[in-house]
Design a protein around this ligand. Structure first.
Ligand SMILES: [Zn+2]
Ligand SMILES: [Zn+2]
Length: 407
């Protein structure tokens, strides 16, 4: 009974921490208990501990803590990846050595494929470096996506890599490079998820869900004949139903042991995580955005709610700025005696990138909530994301095909 209780506690704790670690940073969950728990574990508790240490030991432990937390959160390290591989390999080994004698050949047959898939996709995700933007492939990275002038603008230079950031890319401080169509840096695979390996990442999530689903099914298949759950005369909402279910679990533990019942329980309780994450990423594909872009859209939405976002026609704003610049140059040249021809250098032009969708839009946010000074006639207040077009969203099918093809 104690072993059963401890297993339940361990399973719940592992599930909860995994959930918080995986979902805590999602912009959509920023204001929920999951987001708060993530901040509590990663920011508030370490900060509080630092303060206590400074007060009582003069900060002697701070250096060690800073070094450890720096390694854990700010450096690329394989700890989460190792933990995942150990959990998967350990659970599968425990489970199979106890379960195999009780399974028919038809149920054993799919095991190698189902079990090897997560390893294969993990390998592909971990080793992928095709998305790293270097000076050599920078020119082709610039031709992958056009700038939308809302989330990505051509005047953004990466100070570390020393080049203009291509549209949809992001510099990852952990990987130390700019990453093409950067989704997020994933501690799980100890690598960035980007344009090329996003498909493997989706398949990894799906394959983990499947391996857990199949494991849970096999566990059920072995234990169900002993459980007699179908005979319960109580309804779902009756206390006695749950008492009976609890008893059935205790019984399952006694006949299946930790290897079968424990692993089955772990599979059932953690299964929603990869499937939920997979569903979330399918939503992102449907919406035509990356995790990084969803955070940027969320920031714009906040600005719109605060009433400080302004939308303008890019062609009009560009023409206005060009004209203003030309006038300024003409005046300067006239005063310094230079020929007037040099007045219009035509700079600021970005390279044309063929893309099925274009939007003549530009968004700005102002600190005082007023339209940009002197250009009030060019801007209109933007109050909803519905007024803005996401040019990277080509419709679910096209988005999905692009992901599958790594483009
Ligand atoms: Zn960079
Ligand atoms: Zn990274």
């Amino acid at each position: 009974m104690i072993a059963f209780r401890n297993t339940i506690i361990a399973v719940v704790v592992i599930s909860l921490f995994t959930f918080i670690a995986l979902f805590g940073r999602l912009p959509a969950l920023r204001k929920t208990p999951i987001g708060f728990s993530h901040r509590l574990l990663c920011i508030y508790i370490p900060n509080g501990f630092r303060r206590v240490d400074t007060q009582f030991t003069g900060g002697r432990m701070n250096i060690a803590i800073a070094r450890t937390s720096n390694y854990l959160f700010n450096e690329k390290n394989p700890l989460v990846l190792l933990l995942f591989l150990v959990l998967l390999t350990g659970s599968a080994t425990f489970f199979l050595q106890a379960a195999l004698p009780h399974l028919e050949a038809s149920l054993i047959l799919p095991i190698p494929i189902v079990l090897l898939a997560p390893y294969a996709f993990t390998y592909l995700c971990v080793t992928s470096k095709a998305d790293y933007i270097t000076p050599t492939n920078h020119a082709s990275a610039m031709r992958q996506y056009p700038y939308d002038h809302i989330l990505f603008r051509p005047d953004n230079v990466c100070r570390t890599c020393n080049f203009t950031k291509p549209a949809r890319s992001k510099h990852c401080s952990l990987c130390g490079v700019c990453v093409a169509r950067c989704d997020h840096h994933c501690a799980w695979i100890n690598n960035c998820v980007g344009r090329h390996n996003y498909r493997y990442f989706l398949l990894l999530l799906f394959s983990i869900g499947i391996v857990e689903l199949y494991g849970a099914y096999l566990c059920w298949h072995i234990l169900a004949p002993h459980l007699h759950l179908g005979n319960s005369s109580y309804g779902w909402f009756e206390k006695k139903f749950w008492a009976e279910l609890g008893n059935a679990f205790v019984f399952a533990m006694s006949i299946g042991g930790i290897s079968v019942a424990g692993v089955g329980l772990l599979a059932i309780t953690t299964m929603p995580l990869p499937f939920a994450l997979f569903a979330y990423h399918l939503y992102l594909v449907w919406a035509g955005m990356t995790t990084n872009e969803s955070a940027k859209w969320a920031d714009w939405r906040d600005d719109m709610t605060d009433g400080v976002a302004w939308i303008g026609k890019r062609s009009v704003v560009d023409a206005y700025n060009k004209e203003r610049k030309a006038r300024h140059l003409r005046n300067r040249n006239r005063m310094s005696g230079l020929p007037a021809e040099e007045a219009d250098p035509g700079d600021g032009e970005e390279d044309f990138v063929p893309w099925p969708k274009a939007a003549d839009q530009v968004l700005v946010s102002t600190t005082d909530g007023k339209a940009p000074t002197g250009q009030e006639q060019l801007w209109e207040k933007c109050t909803s994301l519905d007024q803005v077009e996401n040019i990277y969203d080509l419709g679910f099918l096209q988005n999905f095909l692009a992901v599958l093809q790594g483009r």
